[in-house]
Write a protein that binds this ligand. Structure first.
Ligand code: FES
Length: 195
């Protein structure tokens, strides 16, 4: 859809229920009011990779934003839209389309359990269940953009697809670290270690 078509879409007064960054501790701050210069520099640099149309920098900017803030609030959507001269709805469409992008804060430790065939056959569903149980998370409540998080805000656990380590299934990512051949006992210990 081109910009003209977007312009014809009436902008909602509130893009979503998110009007602020409510972190796990309950404080409220707008992400766009707290952009560090290092993040700003990275976003400016990313935009230079798209000299023909800076709008093409939208996904890199969303990744940079989420890497820094851990999720993307409404102020972030509006800020990126303004920066790339797009309507906010265009950014919201992307954020809500890709499950990777989150609109709510995840736990401090994010555990991603592979559920693709090799890992599923090797017991990843049981491992996921164990992680959830040990962290106090309801394993049945998995939202598209709201990663299931423990009540104390320490853990989020979600399923992901193949992590490209099928030979050492079942595997999971604990934040950025790949853990191979995860047993139920390993899962319990990972939760204890990060509590
Ligand atoms: S199936 Fe799990 S890493 Fe490939």
């Amino acid at each position: 859809m081109d910009q003209q078509a977007y312009n014809k879409i009436e902008q909602p007064s509130s893009l979503c229920e998110l009007s602020s960054h409510r972190d796990v501790l309950g404080s409220t701050t707008l992400q766009a009011e707290n952009i560090p210069s290092a993040l700003l520099d990275k976003m400016e640099e990313a935009i230079t990779h798209y000299p023909v149309s800076k709008r093409s920098a939208v996904l890199p900017l969303l990744h940079l934003w989420q890497n820094h803030f851990s999720f993307i609030d409404e102020s972030g959507i509006n800020w990126i839209a303004a920066k790339l001269e797009l309507n906010s709805i265009a950014i919201l469409e992307l954020v809500t389309f890709y499950p990777w992008f989150r609109q709510k804060a995840p736990g401090k430790t994010i555990i991603r359990v592979c559920r693709t065939l090799s890992c599923a056959l090797a017991g990843s569903y049981e491992v996921h269940e164990k992680f959830c149980k040990s962290a106090g998370i309801d394993s049945t409540c998995e939202g598209h953009h709201e990663i299931p998080t423990s009540p104390d805000g320490k853990f989020s656990v979600e399923f992901v697809e193949c992590l490209a380590s099928c030979g050492s299934a079942p595997v999971c990512l604990v934040n950025k670290d790949l853990v191979e051949r995860v047993s139920l006992q390993d899962a319990e210990e990972i939760i204890k270690k990060n509590s």
